[in-house]
Ligand binder design. Structure first.
Ligand code: ZN
Length: 172
């Protein structure tokens, strides 16, 4: 965990101070992404802002980066760009969640919140169920061997006697 990104935070404290966090987080730190992301050495850039709308704690943020996924057709790596905007409101019950209109509910059990878990959820939602290259990658990987050789025709063209022989024939 980087210094800039504490995992467990008190969202109320951050909201009242209108706190903000930003920085890079290695994909390897998101344990639940381990099955789908193959390049876990990569990092995502995250920025989060905390605030209050009325009594409600609101957490808005952005996640940007590239996740390396395995194409389900050719089993080769494919880059999946991440560009995620989220806005969450902390709620303590499902009933409260239903009252939200412009935010997604974030059900909080207790006083602390795992930022890693929140970001992990957002990234998981943005990943495709069945990643595949856009182009026909199986056909693309088949190499085509032209096997063309120009040597024979060049030798014939450069031989002046073949031209003479032709002229003699037509003159007869
Ligand atoms: Zn593919």
């Amino acid at each position: 965990m980087s210094d800039k990104f504490p995992d467990l935070i008190d969202p109320l404290l951050f909201a009242e101070r209108r706190g903000a966090l930003s920085g890079d987080i290695k994909i390897a730190q998101f344990e639940r992404l381990a099955d789908s992301v193959i390049d876990d050495g990569a990092a995502v850039n995250v920025s989060i802002e905390f605030g209050k709308e009325g009594k409600r704690i609101v957490i808005a943020g952005h996640i940007a980066g590239v996740a390396g996924l395995e194409c389900q057709s050719c089993l080769q790596a494919m880059a999946w760009p991440l560009d995620i905007d989220f806005k969450l409101a902390v709620v303590s019950s499902l009933q409260e969640a239903k009252q939200l209109d412009d935010c997604e509910p974030l059900l909080l059990d207790g006083d602390t919140l795992s930022l890693i878990a929140v970001l992990e959820d957002e990234i998981l939602l943005a990943l495709p169920d069945y990643p595949r290259h856009e182009h026909n990658c199986l056909a693309h990987n088949r190499s085509e061997d032209a096997g063309y050789s120009a040597t024979d025709s060049q030798t014939k063209a450069n031989n002046p006697f073949s031209v003479l022989a032709k002229l003699k024939k037509t003159g007869d």
